[in-house]
Ligand binder design. Structure first.
Ligand SMILES: NC(=O)c1ccc[n+]([C@@H]2O[C@H](COP(=O)([O-])OP(=O)(O)OC[C@H]3O[C@@H](n4cnc5c(N)ncnc54)[C@H](OP(=O)(O)O)[C@@H]3O)[C@@H](O)[C@H]2O)c1
Length: 335
């Protein structure tokens, strides 16, 4: 099979497409023939060892000190079940599935745990679009529902509202019943409002410190805000949730918890099948939709990386990986 591999940390040029042995599913595992994947911020951070802030050392310890431990990146995938490992029930060969893994999805075949974040593709979702949802959707869900604990009727500010996590954060905050204000550059206002934001702030003309108003939660998907920039926007029970954090935010999370008043909450995103099912249900109910910025051919993966690293994408950046990328639409036409 073809896989996009890297054996040293660096720019997009370290990624090359090579032949690799097709993996074999073990007990409790599924072999997926990948049709579509994506390039996410997590992928380029792992590729470049650009772990934010305090994660620099733990990141390398986890993913490889001098060089990457695993050669294939890629977390979101959509494709079809190619084979089942011993003991797997609930899936069938040929079934369209989508999901999320830590690494390994930039390849024509991928082995995933059947109990992991993998599900049948909802009927409302085209196969390619299914690959757009898991990374941003799961991140936004966990940070808004679990860390910010957003409740119906609350006001939420999403910084980076047109990005890979932001486009889902706007929709998910709405699905949780909140009133949403999105922050991005002016050209993205129509997109962000179209996702359900009732307010919009152009970060190029309005600085957070000059902003007025009151929010129950501020979620920063970009790393553009510090607690001191947004504290005046938060009520006594307000929460600031920075997705990128360093020692400063860890300290702030501890002392704001101890002292009371507006809090800083940090954490890592989730990858459970139950949460993927929440996203799939919202898609079926028409409350959540994938936002696809661009699609790249697998061979153009370096260009996809460069685009995502520019930090101005509008939603997800997809890769057409396997031949199923062609077969599935054909099946839909013939059905
Ligand atoms: N802690 C965790 O477990 C976890 C999980 C997932 C993600 N993350 C982190 O969260 C971040 C989210 O990544 P992403 O993929 O969503 O990022 P992204 O797609 O690169 O974000 C781009 C967005 O940021 C906006 N933006 C750029 N500069 C800005 C500024 N100064 N002020 C406000 N908005 C600005 C862009 O708007 P315009 O294009 O309009 O300029 C665009 O909306 C990543 O750094 C990732 O590492 C952490």
């Amino acid at each position: 099979m073809q896989a996009a591999v890297y054996s040293e940390y660096g720019t997009a040029d370290v990624v090359r497409i090579e032949d690799r042995a097709r993996p074999v599913p073990g007990p409790g595992e599924i072999l997926v023939k990948v049709a579509h994947g994506s390039v996410t911020t997590a992928d380029w951070r792992l590729r470049a060892a650009a772990f934010p802030g305090v994660l620099a050392i733990p990141g390398r310890l986890m993913f490889g000190l001098r060089r990457p431990r695993r050669e294939v990146l890629g977390s979101e995938f959509a494709g079809e079940v190619a084979a089942l490992g011993p003991g797997v029930t609930g899936f069938a060969p040929g079934q369209p599935v989508f999901g999320f893994v830590m690494q390994g999805a930039h390849a024509e075949y991928l082995v995933v745990r059947a109990e992991g974040a993998v599900l049948a593709v909802p009927e409302a979702l085209a196969l390619a679009d299914a690959a757009a949802l898991p990374f941003g959707g799961l991140s936004a869900l966990v940070f808004l529902r679990d860390f910010a604990q957003v409740q119906p009727g609350q006001r939420v500010l999403v910084i980076g509202a047109s990005g890979g996590v932001g486009v889902y954060a706007v929709q998910i905050a709405r699905a949780l019943g909140a009133e949403v204000t999105g922050m991005a550059s002016g050209g993205n206002e129509a997109l962000v409002r179209g996702l359900g934001a009732s307010g919009f702030i152009d970060y190029r003309t309005t600085k957070l410190r000059d902003l007025e108003g009151r929010f129950d939660a501020v979620i920063d998907t970009v790393g553009a805000a510090r607690f001191k920039d947004v504290r005046h926007l938060l009520g006594k029970t307000g929460v600031f949730v920075p997705l990128n954090f360093g020692l400063r935010e860890i300290g702030q999370a501890l002392w704001t918890r101890a002292l009371g008043g507006p809090r800083v909450r940090i954490g890592v995103s989730g990858d459970t099948r139950a949460d993927l099912a929440v996203l799939a249900d919202w898609v079926t109910q028409g409350r959540l939709r994938p936002v696809v910025d661009r699609r790249f051919a697998f061979r153009a993966i370096r260009a996809a990386y460069a685009h995502v690293e520019g930090r101005h994408r509008r939603g997800s950046v997809l890769l057409d990986i396997g031949s199923a990328a062609l077969v599935q639409p054909l099946r839909a036409v013939l059905a």
